[in-house]
Design a protein around this ligand. Structure first.
Ligand code: NDP
Length: 467
């Protein structure tokens, strides 16, 4: 008789959990997966998928404006928010179904309910105890709310996906991925949007020039970008939400800032100030699984926690919180534990896109990181007006940057702001994973006329920086 009920018990049916379960079952392991909500996790239900659908929809307004330059006249354009949201929900429902069929088809036993860990090899779910040789915690995270008076009056991205109508005046707090993406979404559907960030420039951790350029483009779109500013409190009024703000205010386009404390009114305030790992209240700390004070689980290079039979992956561990990273971790563990083995997941050139408008794509090092790693860094930079816009009123500029090790010629980082930046950077991420050099980029024949060809035609160095 088997020592345990199952080989692997997976808690959480998001990107990491589903991929791990499905592959482990495919390799012959007996797998049980517990999920209390909808399958697919943050990405499918309240993240990447619905966000991207909303981004697509919000971009049409500009497209229609741009059509005039090409001779089109569009009359009577209207937007139906409830239709958009109904179609989005239907698509998510379809994906939930696909996930369920994939899991069941692979032989995974799916249990609906909240699981808690009761020992190194036991889990309790729906009042029953299940024993497992190994347990994988893949519970993801949830949006964080700052502890200020009135924070409960604001929404987070979770609630943004269920709004009944497009608000007229929106304050988005947080200059990270979600903040920039939702500022663009609301603006595209016609809201007046303020994007508020507590630091000097949005997107901390990204290339400094990229951070500055995206702010210029967001402002050009009509989004009020306020930096070095924080929300102090929120109060409900008869006409909206009164938000007490402390920080600085821009006096002119050339960034003259003046200290200010003021109260502004909005219809919706959305916090996009980071996410917290969903690891509390499930018995992990009680059985000795080590976590930091934010609830992030400590793992070794093989995603093993301080309790050797318990693994953790996805948004609850200290790696980039991105769906493809979670998928890679799930695949790695399934192959390692039950399959032919696998090389470790590489985190050195994880490409990423921020689906702001314009779009951002980036891979590799920022200029600052490049200079920390190399003695000589060559910087190639380009900014141009995309061909599609030349017959329109739009002044938006596409911006690109390549960072090269001045001693070895190896490409260290590639960054872009402009239409389809994520699509374009994905291909260059492959090249960077293969160790592409600047000479090899230069030897590549471009595809004309595209924006992407600029990455293989930037021959003149903008500057050389030395440590
Ligand atoms: P981020 O960590 O990206 O950004 C959080 C932002 O909120 C930062 O600008 C941060 O400022 C600010 N902030 C934090 N605390 C406060 C506070 N108390 N008051 C005011 N501002 C505050 O988090 P997000 O919520 O945007 O996204 C979470 C993660 O989800 C991302 O890091 C990313 O890994 C993932 N994601 C990926 C997407 C994609 O791939 N396209 C899309 C959406 C999310 P500061 O910089 O000063 O700390």
């Amino acid at each position: 008789m088997a020592k345990y009920d199952v080989d692997l018990f997976v808690i959480g049916g998001g990107s990491a959990g589903v991929r791990l379960s499905r592959m482990a079952a495919g390799f012959g392991a007996s797998v049980m997966l517990a999920e209390s909500g909808r399958l697919g996790g943050t990405c499918v239900n309240v993240g990447c998928v619905p966000k991207k659908l909303l981004v697509y929809g919000s971009a049409f307004r500009e497209e229609v404006e741009d059509m005039a330059g090409f001779g089109w006249t569009v009359e009577g354009m209207k937007h139906d928010w409830s239709k958009l949201f109904a179609n989005k929900d239907e698509e998510i429902g379809r994906l939930n179904g696909i996930y369920e069929r994939m899991l069941v088809g692979a032989g995974v036993q799916l249990v609906r309910g909240r699981a808690s860990v009761t020992g190194p090899h036991s889990v309790e779910i729906n009042g029953k105890v299940v024993t497992a040789e190994r347990i994988a915690v893949c519970t993801g995270g949830a949006p964080r709310r700052p502890s200020i008076p009135g924070a409960e009056l604001a929404i987070t991205s979770d609630e943004a996906f269920t709004l009944k109508a497009c608000p007229k005046r929106v304050l988005v707090v947080g200059g990270g991925y979600i903040g920039l993406e939702f500022a663009g979404i609301f603006q595209g559907y016609g809201a007046e949007v303020t994007l508020m960030h507590r630091g000097g420039h949005v997107l901390r951790g990204f290339d400094q020039a990229l951070r500055e350029h995206i702010e210029v483009e967001l402002r050009r779109k009509g989004i009020e970008v306020r930096t070095e500013t924080e929300v102090v409190s929120i109060k409900k009024t008869d006409t909206g939400l009164a938000v007490e703000i402390s920080g600085s205010k821009m006096l002119s386009d050339d960034l003259v800032l003046e200290a200010c404390n003021e109260v502004c009114e909005y219809d919706v305030v959305m916090f996009a100030v980071g996410r917290v790992p969903a690891t509390s209240g499930m018995g992990l700390a009680e059985i000795g699984v080590k976590m930091d004070r934010r609830g992030q689980i400590e793992v070794n290079g093989e995603y093993e926690t301080s309790v050797p039979s318990i693994y953790a992956m996805g948004d609850i561990i200290d790696y980039p919180r991105l769906t493809p990273v979670a998928l890679a971790q799930g695949m790695y563990l399934a192959r390692k534990l039950y399959g032919p083995g696998s090389a470790a997941v590489r985190y050195d050139n994880v490409a990423t896109a921020v689906f702001s408008q314009p779009n951002i794509g980036t891979v590799g090092l920022t200029e600052r990181e490049a200079l920390e790693k190399c003695y000589v860094v060559d910087v190639y930079e380009s900014s141009f007006r995309g061909m599609k816009l030349t017959m329109t009123e739009r002044k938006e500029r596409t911006w690109m940057k390549i960072l090269v090790d001045g001693e070895t010629d190896k490409v260290l980082g590639m960054h872009m702001i402009g239409p389809d930046a994520g699509e374009i950077i994905q291909g260059f991420a492959v090249a960077m994973t293969c160790g592409v050099t600047k000479t090899q980029l230069d030897a590549t024949i471009g595809i004309h006329p595209t924006s992407a060809e600029e990455f293989v035609t930037m021959r003149t160095r903008a500057r050389r920086i030395e440590r």
